[in-house]
Design a protein around this ligand. Structure first.
Ligand SMILES: [Zn+2]
Ligand SMILES: [Zn+2]
Length: 671
């Protein structure tokens, strides 16, 4: 691994910390702190070293390496896709009644959906209900796959006409394939053969022969139900999920990462730390933020709003519902309807709960005739939207039906675009690095075949996005033709502490909505021109980002986000009033503080506070009360020593405001 920082002790430690995923030491791990020579860095202490590498986490996290992805490794993608074909062939060899449907590659592997019809027992003539795949069945399928792989069948591409494809599908009796054929709009139809044994409709790409598939790097993981075409009125299929990598080490690494992920599951931690819930009584995918989770959200929102105002944005609010005509104008009613909830009747007009904020900001733009002198507008909104996600896809905070986007729209002149994008990237970096995310995987997506807007505007906007990325000095990949139909975009993924990538931030140019809404400004020449609209989000959604955050730090929030920053643990009833006094003082200074009820022994009090991930505790006995000194304990570092109450509170409040961890050493002379 190449270090991007100079190899001073500081740089080395930061790189080590970053590789171990111990990203929550903002003053050390952000790029800014390391490259800006004038940045104030506190003297290193023994305690500080131990925050960088807590002994318990070190050994586990040290081996984490970055696994390849479908986007950056075409060979891996071919292996996954070819494995899906081999698995489908194997399933049909083991269970001849199985019908094949679709089997795409996905992150970390692939799946394939099969239909198992009812069968008839040949001897008794009795109806046998359709097979439900078991773990044992998966083992049999994997064994068959290994055989196919060992035989080294060539994988051959063939082009046929639509009629020929239809004839062949009818010949093998695969009704679902006929529907797939009908959905393919282009010709010729491509077929991939595995030797002379098996074939499937497919656009590819694939490996050359089955022996290129590393059988020890493939594992069939689970079976799940899935409706054909995701339509609950159609057949229920059985989906086999599988993991596939390039070599067994990668598979091992991946399994280890899964184990680590399980320990950090945000749904489990959300309950344990009383942060949020999803209530069946209220319906799936609707999130309840409990007081502790809400405290964290407020910290995040306050920071987000301040950072936006610093960056020249205005914060706005818009309604939750609007007349359906607005959604017809925007085009969402036509193109996005399956993701929208049904309309509601309001005095014989149809109203829609919003799935997006964009049309509202367009209306605000249109509210007055704008001049080129007014631009750019940067309007940011924490806008709560509702989307009709199917119940099968809902997952904790990661996939929900109601969520708050950290949305913003920029309306600017074409010549302002590049600077505006640089501004967005700067702000994105500032905000994400505050949470310890300072390594990004960036993709620029360009004009697809079907697109609105002139070639000129596409080219200028794409150049502006490229120019902005170059100004930032960020490496990025290009997804040719991968842009939205309405404009080019930049997507940014963050990497978490266990090497997973999460797509959060996006910056998208839009030539469509300004046109549909007839947005214009008066140019310097007095003509009416269309502004460029940019959509952008940094977290994506508050809910999902919170989920990522919980998993990234295992619920061990940094001091500035911890819902309870400081807990007083009274040793005897005699000090209870004193504890309350200290707590009241702390509260006034903006510190989130709790006092233990004191009904349990000290060891138990400490354990409870640690389980609740309280970063700083103070043990208070009669001696402490009389001297106004507290015996302070850090969850990460153990005993910090004895502190004067006022010194401690002001340091706590300073560290919290600056998003720094507490690293002070106690005044030993006071003991
Ligand atoms: Zn294929
Ligand atoms: Zn938008």
């Amino acid at each position: 691994m190449k270090f991007q920082f100079n190899m001073s002790l500081l740089g080395l430690m930061a790189s080590m910390a970053a590789r171990r995923g111990l990203a929550f030491v903002p003053s050390l791990t952000t790029r800014n702190a390391l490259t800006k020579s004038n940045h104030h860095i506190k003297p290193l202490t023994r305690h500080f070293l131990s925050t960088l590498a807590p002994p318990t986490e070190q050994s586990e996290a040290e081996e984490i390496i970055q696994l390849p992805t479908n986007e950056d490794d075409e060979e891996l993608l071919k292996i996954r896709h070819s494995s899906a074909h081999v698995m489908a062939m194997a399933v049909q060899q083991v269970f001849p009644e199985a019908q094949v449907t679709i089997g795409p590659w996905i992150d970390n592997g692939f799946y394939y959906d099969f239909y198992f019809p009812d069968t008839v027992d040949k001897e008794t003539g009795e109806k046998v209900p359709s097979r439900k795949l078991t773990e044992q069945d998966l083992k049999a399928v994997k064994k068959e796959m290994d055989k196919i792989i060992s035989k080294d069948y060539p994988i051959r591409r063939e082009e046929v006409s639509r009629e020929e494809a239809r004839r062949r599908i009818n010949e093998i009796g695969e009704p679902f394939k006929l529907e797939i054929l009908d959905s393919i709009k282009t010709e010729p139809i491509t077929i991939y053969h595995i030797g002379e044994e098996w074939w499937d409709l497919c656009a590819g790409p694939h490996v050359e022969s089955t022996s290129s598939i590393p059988k020890k790097a493939i594992s069939l993981d689970s079976v799940a139900g899935a409706y054909w075409r995701g339509d609950e009125k159609r057949e229920m299929l059985q989906r086999i999920y599988a993991t596939a990598w390039k070599d067994p080490q990668q598979l091992k690494q991946y399994k280890k990462m899964l184990e680590e992920a399980k320990k950090r599951d945000h749904r489990m931690l959300g309950k344990k730390l009383d942060l949020f819930s999803v209530q069946e009584e209220a319906g799936g995918g609707l999130v309840f933020w409990h007081p502790k989770g809400s405290k964290i959200r407020r910290m995040i929102e306050d920071f987000w709003k301040n950072a936006h105002e610093d960056a020249g944005y205005d914060i706005v609010y818009s309604p939750h519902i609007a007349n359906i005509n607005l959604w017809k104008t925007s085009g969402h009613f036509d193109f996005y309807r399956s993701d929208m909830f049904d309309q509601m009747d309001v005095e014989n007009e149809q109203y829609q709960i919003k799935p997006m904020n964009c049309p509202f900001h367009c209306l605000m733009f249109k509210d007055e005739l704008r001049s080129y002198r007014d631009l750019p507008f940067r309007w940011a909104e924490l806008g709560t939207v509702y989307r009709y996600e199917r119940s099968g896809t809902l997952h904790g905070l990661m996939r929900v039906r109601g969520f708050t986007q950290d949305d913003a729209h920029i309306f600017c002149l074409p010549e302002q675009l590049e600077d505006e994008i640089v501004g967005v990237l700067d702000l994105t970096e500032r905000i994400l690095s505050r949470f310890g995310f300072d390594k990004y995987d960036i993709m620029l997506s360009t004009k697809p075949e079907k697109a609105v807007g002139s070639d000129d505007i596409w080219e200028a906007a794409t150049k502006a996005l490229e120019g902005a990325l170059k100004k930032k000095g960020w490496e990025y990949g290009v997804d040719e033709g991968g842009g939205a139909f309405y404009g080019p975009k930049i997507d940014l993924k963050i990497r978490d502490a266990i090497g997973r990538q999460w797509q959060c931030s996006t910056v998208q140019c839009d030539f469509n909505l300004p046109d549909r809404f007839g947005l214009e400004y008066v140019s310097a020449e007095g003509t009416r021109e269309q502004p460029i609209m940019v959509h952008r989000a940094i977290f994506g959604s508050m809910e999902r980002f919170f989920g990522i955050l919980i998993e990234n730090c295992s619920g061990d929030f940094p001091l500035w986000l911890a819902p309870t920053q400081f807990k007083l643990l009274p040793v005897t009833d005699a000090v209870h009033d004193y504890c309350n006094e200290v707590a009241a003082k702390a509260k006034k200074m903006g510190i989130r503080v709790e006092v233990d009820r004191g009904s349990e022994r000290l060891a138990k009090q400490i354990r409870n506070a640690e389980q609740q991930r309280v970063p700083i505790m103070a043990v208070v006995g009669v001696k402490e009360m009389e001297t106004n000194n507290l015996a302070v304990r850090s969850r990460k570092l153990g005993d910090l020593g004895s502190f004067n109450v006022d010194d401690l509170l002001s340091e706590l409040s300073r560290c919290s405001a600056a998003a720094e961890e507490m690293t002070m050493q106690g005044d030993k002379s006071a003991e």
